[in-house]
Design a protein around this ligand. Structure first.
Ligand code: MF3
Ligand code: CO
Length: 274
């Protein structure tokens, strides 16, 4: 989500991240799993020629068939059930009737509400055969997210997550987008804590068992700067360099971290065509 939105969301609410108990963990496992299954379906549907609008319909139908609701639909006026962000689109691309083209990389982002609980996740998909540098960016971004998640344990801070992501991404000569962040979630879509994907010494929250949040870094091949197009949603890189993103919903546990949105089919990373 955007950093401005997250500030507004938190002003009216608690600043302290809520601590959840065992029943909430169970509910989030369900929401996270259904969200991951929806992404599995979308990952398998991506191919040259399919429109993002068709992917959106698939996601909406999947949600309805499973008693879930897509959180983004009508959220602050957003018109669709998923976000589809292609190539230099950083995030919040709106599905439309343009077919995907061989060589595109596309982020598929969905948040499903199941029994009132939110599972939020996104992955990159390859449209057919993609250029080497595009696949490399996707691999770096997935690895950056997983390193950020690996830094999560009780007593660590949100900056440990940001440091793990930023040091890895910048070490690979990529940049970390600053304008969008991860967020607490549970019964609400966007809650405390804010999860920055880079180090910000002036903001630090201590991680405690029972906190739920997303880790969703956006990594660019070029410079980190973004601009939002006139539709009010689509964020693109200012230098038009390629951008990638992955997102998981996680919990801090007594011993470390639990990921709620892992793919049951092992499709967390895009498969290269055989
Ligand atoms: N995962 C993104 C977020 O948490 C999805 C936003 S949906 C939109 O902000 F409706 F805001 F586009
Ligand atoms: Co999110």
């Amino acid at each position: 989500m955007s950093r401005d939105e997250q500030k507004t969301a938190q002003d009216g609410r608690r600043q302290e991240p809520p601590i959840h108990g065992p029943e909430a963990f169970e509910a989030m496992r369900k929401a996270g799993r259904l969200t991951a299954e929806a992404l599995d379906l979308l990952m398998e549907a991506v191919a040259p020629g399919i429109t993002t609008e068709a992917l959106d319909k698939l996601a909406y139908t999947f949600a309805m068939d499973h008693g879930a609701y897509p959180a983004s639909l009508f959220y602050r006026g957003y018109p669709k059930s998923i976000c589809t962000s292609i190539n230099h689109v950083v995030c919040h691309g709106i599905p439309n009737d343009k077919p995907l083209r061989e060589g595109d990389i596309v982020n598929l982002d969905i948040c499903l509400i199941v029994d009132g609980w939110h599972g939020d996740s996104s992955r990159m998909a390859y449209v057919g055969e993609v250029p080497r540098k595009a696949a490399r960016l996707c691999e770096i971004t997935h690895e950056a997210m997983m390193r950020g998640i690996a830094a999560i344990k009780p007593g660590a801070t949100t900056n440990d997550i940001g440091a793990a992501i930023q040091s890895f991404a910048e070490g690979e000569r990529c940049s970390v987008v600053r304008d969008f962040c991860g967020h607490g979630l549970g019964r609400v879509y966007h809650d405390a804590p804010t999860i920055l994907h880079y180090v910000e010494p002036s903001y630090s929250v201590v991680l405690r068992p029972g906190q739920f949040f997303t880790v969703e870094p956006m990594i660019n091949l070029g410079r980190p700067h973004v601009k939002v197009l006139s539709d009010g949603w689509t964020a693109v890189t200012r230098d038009r360099s390629l951008s990638a993103q992955f997102e998981h919903t996680v919990a801090v546990t007594e011993t470390g971290v639990e990921i709620f949105t892992l793919s049951p089919k092992g499709l967390d990373m895009p498969r290269r065509p055989a």
